[in-house]
Design a protein around this ligand. Sequence first.
Ligand code: NAP
Length: 328
Amino acid sequence: MQAWLCENPTGVDALQWKELPTPQPQAGQVLVEIQAASLNFPDLLIVQNKYQIKPPLPFVPGSEYAGVVRAVGDGVRHLKVGQSVACLSGTGGFATHTLAPAALCMPLPPGFPPVDAAAFIMIYATSHHALIDRAQLKPGETVLVLGAAGGVGTAAIQIAKAAGARVIAAASTDDKCALCKSIGADQTINYTTHGLPNAFREAVKAATGGKGPDVIYDPVGGDFSEPAFRSIAWRGRYLVVGFASGPIPSLPLNLPLLKGASLVGVFWGDFAKREPQANGAMMQELAQWYAQGKVKPVIDRTMPMAELKAAYAHMGSRGVKGKLVLVN
Ligand SMILES: NC(=O)c1ccc[n+]([C@@H]2O[C@H](COP(=O)([O-])OP(=O)(O)OC[C@H]3O[C@@H](n4cnc5c(N)ncnc54)[C@H](OP(=O)(O)O)[C@@H]3O)[C@@H](O)[C@H]2O)c1
């Protein structure tokens, strides 16, 4: 097998494409031949030693992938050789093969292509948990999605529409705004031309008839969060999803008071561990929504696995719309 090996977590440049012995699965594991692996934001942080999870060295990055089971370890009942699976195991995906914990592998129904499957679990699980569970989004409510053309952002647009909400998508270029419209956003705000904080707040106000969004989905953080929170509707729910822009913002606590609004944390990974039954039911609903065409990953492009470094550069330059997927 071949894999991108991180022996020294100083960044993307230190990764090396190496030949390794193909391992045999231990109890509870399966050997997956990887067909596709998507690039997620944590994949960038983990090779820089900036992610909350620091795997022992050396490790193979690549949190999320899809492929075919080639060998099964003792005690694995729900998977067999030849089964197509998607898996989000945190590491191992940027390779031709990996050992995956069987419990984390989602068997794929026929008609679920590996490129879509590799780009599915992280973004849809996060956005479904955020909007449906944490925000209790109701039909007819208005959602403002920041970073709306990114991975979790595009998923948030589709899930909010599937839930019957009205969506305002905010992104940094006209191209990204056009993409958001093409996947269902009702209105868009280019936050480069509608600069922070005042022009952006005016644009949000105008888009909501002065009322403000009922739910704000924020995977960006930094300078965006406070102006967005100041725009929220009475009884609004502000979803803290991530900090793609870098800085973790602080918020004056009089703001939630003045709007009777809630600041709501979203941590899908821990939700899946702490509430596995609820997470399983959610994943089943998402798989049905995929089969019904209600959600479909937006694939910016596919690239050969060997071009991982160029893929990272594209993500780092804020160029990806939706998801970038590496294929073997
Ligand atoms: N809480 C959870 O459970 C959970 C789960 C998954 C992901 N996350 C977090 O959610 C965030 C977004 O993840 P993602 O996979 O959607 O990432 P992504 O595809 O790269 O999208 C992030 C978006 O953020 C915007 N952005 C603004 N400033 C940026 C900067 N300096 N660098 C990069 N992007 C910037 C970009 O949109 P514009 O150019 O339009 O501004 C970009 O499209 C990450 O922080 C990730 O760790 C959280």
